[in-house]
Design a protein around this ligand. Structure first.
Ligand code: B1M
Length: 215
């Protein structure tokens, strides 16, 4: 099987052994981010489709996710970096009740590699923890990720909580994750939040939005 097809297959099958050797080979012809975007994410998309249609069971989804995480961790040190930091600071979290963190961690990598300081709180974070961290670390923005449909409701509640605490003017909010759509954020959330709230389709849009916030 050709190399890139095999790599994509590894994600779908959750096949870890020999992963690093394949990634080394892949990096001879493509930069790490291209391998992630074109090959590995395509594998995760297939996993989502198989799971969604009942053709894959949860433990296998978990295995695929672990191979995906291992692949990203292996590629990360080989990515181009602007290590200067200091472009701005953001707190990132997967919202309450949601364990999905692959996308959020990609956002962390892209922002960190492009000069931002990222305070990554992890998964299942209630808004109180997010706001405490935003305060403590004096961040310039808050980023929330969520993949479950119920996470879109949590995000709405989080924004309402921020309004009621009167902190909306302090922190622009970036929202991302597969359960969200641009129209949901732009039609249902922007009017509701008294500060700025923006939707990022992927990690690169997250970076562009941070650049706009910090301009
Ligand atoms: Co879950 N899961 N899962 N899952 N899982 C989904 C989300 C689902 C769509 C699968 C499906 O049915 N087709 C479905 C949700 C359905 C719904 O809500 N209507 C689902 C379900 C149902 C569940 C459970 C409830 C299953 C169960 O227990 N019965 C359970 C939930 C547990 C919980 O959260 N409480 C569950 C569990 C899991 C695993 C643990 C097995 C595993 C997660 C492992 C992990 O993350 N550490 C998992 C996985 C892997 C998936 C799928 C297959 C893949 C997700 C992924 O990593 N994609 C997913 C299917 C899908 O999304 N279509 C699915 C790759 C990742 C890079 O994409 O995170 O979208 P994503 O990030 C993108 C952009 O969205 C954006 O940038 C990234 C790309 O550059 N982005 C941001 C994301 N966050 C951002 C933040 C930003 C900016 C951009 O700024 C702040």
């Amino acid at each position: 099987m050709p190399l890139f097809e095999r790599l994509e297959r590894r994600i779908v099958d959750g096949e870890r052994s020999g992963l690093e050797a394949d990634l080394d080979d892949a990096m001879r012809s493509k930069p790490p981010l291209e391998i992630i975007n074109e090959t590995l994410l395509s594998g995760m998309k297939t996993v989502g489709e198989l799971f969604g249609s009942g053709q894959m069971q949860l433990p296998f989804v978990l295995q695929s996710a672990e191979v995906m995480k291992a692949a990203v961790a292996y590629l990360e040190p080989h990515m181009e970096k602007d290590d200067s930091g200091g472009k701005g600071r953001i707190v990132l979290a997967t919202v309450k009740g949601d364990v999905h963190d692959i996308g959020k961690n990609l956002v962390d990598i892209i922002l960190s590699n492009n000069g931002y300081d990222v305070v990554n709180l992890g998964i299942k974070q209630p808004i109180t923890t997010i706001l405490d961290a935003a305060d403590e670390h004096r961040v310039d923005a808050i980023g929330m990720s969520g993949l479950l449909v119920k996470s879109t409701v949590i995000m709405k509640e989080n924004l309402e909580e921020m309004n009621s605490r009167g902190v909306a003017d302090r922190w622009p909010v970036l929202l991302g994750g597969a359960a969200l759509t641009r129209s949901y954020v732009e039609n249902d959330l922007t009017d509701l939040y008294h500060g700025s709230v923006r939707y990022a389709r992927d990690a690169f849009e997250g970076l562009r939005l941070m650049d706009t916030i910090m301009a």
